[in-house]
Design a binder for this molecule. Sequence first.
Ligand SMILES: NC(=O)C1=CN([C@@H]2O[C@H](COP(=O)(O)OP(=O)(O)OC[C@H]3O[C@@H](n4cnc5c(N)ncnc54)[C@H](OP(=O)(O)O)[C@@H]3O)[C@@H](O)[C@H]2O)C=CC1
Ligand SMILES: CC(C)(CO)C(=O)C(=O)O
Length: 308
Amino acid sequence: MKVAIAGSGALGCGFGYLLQKNGNAVTLMDYWEDHIQSIRENGLTISINGEVDNAKMTIGKPEEIEDKFDVIFVFTKSMGLRSMMEAIKHTIKEDTQIVCLLNGLGHAQTLSEYVSQKNIIMGTTVWTAGIDAPGVTHFMGQGPVELQNADPSQEEAARKVEALLSEAGLNGVYSEDVHFTIWRKACVNGTMNALCALLDGTIKEVFESSQIDFLLNHIVSEFAQLARTEGVELDVEETIVYLKALALKVGSHYPSMHQDLANRRLTEIDFLNGTVARESEAKGLEAPYCQMITQLIHAKEDVLGISK
Ligand SMILES: NC(=O)C1=CN([C@@H]2O[C@H](COP(=O)(O)OP(=O)(O)OC[C@H]3O[C@@H](n4cnc5c(N)ncnc54)[C@H](OP(=O)(O)O)[C@@H]3O)[C@@H](O)[C@H]2O)C=CC1
Ligand SMILES: CC(C)(CO)C(=O)C(=O)O
């Protein structure tokens, strides 16, 4: 299959490498000059669960790519999704499937401004990844990648992507309710990412804090309250059990939001706790913990001198 990765940072490189290793024709697209140059000159150096490999990979800025693709995985940060969709328009065919596994809320709406619903596959992943240097990345865990077609009539397309991922070792799983899947993952990031970024700890360190139950309970309750207004039922206790089980699996990881601050880059907070604070207020609901967390993360961005 002809596959493109639109946004080839930590997660994009991991997916691209494994899909290419399994025989797919993969093109990485990105704008980061040093990263592109390093991969062109030295190949991608990647550690997958501790096993290091080096692979030649095709990479370029979207404008330089002339091919059209069967499947495009978008792996930008949330705030880069719209501009990336603009930039890759010419690489999309009538039946290209756009797969979105970004953290955060609201991405299906953004994608629907660019492609028809029948070509959108939404999902989440709990693979963990990071960039060690331009052209050098690591990728850890077992996944899964949970996904579902946005248009109910397109299950076959999503099943094909599920198989594409599983055959490459990426552990694809068809979700029967991707809205629930996305909201539950938003709870993961609304707790793990925001708290690890603010407290400067790994997931394990933060989840062992004496304050964790109080924090999880308040944050997840605010996500669940807003999710209900969109027809998604998140049981707070069950979600916390899920978060704690996940924290045991990915404990040594510094979440992507922590990595963003460490790399002096803007975070995705406005698409997570920020969305909950904003939309709750618009609906007359209270979400003081998400509001405060969003402001603290923005204050941290200011302290670090990260400009919008
Ligand atoms: N990392 C993880 O473990 C996980 C991440 N996610 C989600 O996946 C999506 C992609 O995340 P992730 O792969 O971590 O993102 P990265 O930050 O690794 O890469 C995203 C983009 O940021 C730019 N970039 C990153 N680092 C630099 C740098 N040092 N200098 C210049 N540009 C840089 C590049 O884009 P550009 O073309 O703009 O230069 C790159 O394509 C996000 O929504 C994230 O929340 C989900 C699960 C786990
Ligand atoms: C769940 C977690 C923490 C790792 O998959 C993540 O989504 C991130 O680092 O952003």
